[in-house]
Structure formats: structure tokens, C-alpha cells
Design a protein around this ligand. Sequence first.
Ligand code: ZN
Length: 63
Amino acid sequence: MTQSDGDREKAAGICANCGELFTVWACRDGTVRPVSPHNACSCDDPSYRVVDEAEVFDGRDLI
Ligand SMILES: [Zn+2]
């Protein structure tokens, strides 16, 4: 289940740099950023991307 808020959508995300998982906003313009920066990783140069929820959470409800 996803939540939409105009031009962005809540999704499962990962930092490609360290592998940390968190919830992100996936914007239509391709921008991906953590919903809560406090829950994201602490990389100096993080690389966020959206991941398939089933891939990461194995069917567990994300939200
Ligand atoms: Zn990271």
C-alpha cells in the first residue's frame, strides 16, 4: 500500500552507498529523499533509490 501526496509517493527506499533501509518520498521528477531525515543513514554523500517493497520487506506491511 502506498500513500500519494500530489506529485510524490511514499515508498521503500535504500541508500545505495551503505544499504540502510528507510521510507522515502519518490517524486515524479525522479527525486528520492527520506520521509524523515532522522531515520535515514548518516552518509556524507548518500545515494537514495527506491526499492521494491517485496524485495526488501518480504511481504511485510511497510506502513
Ligand atoms: Zn548511506
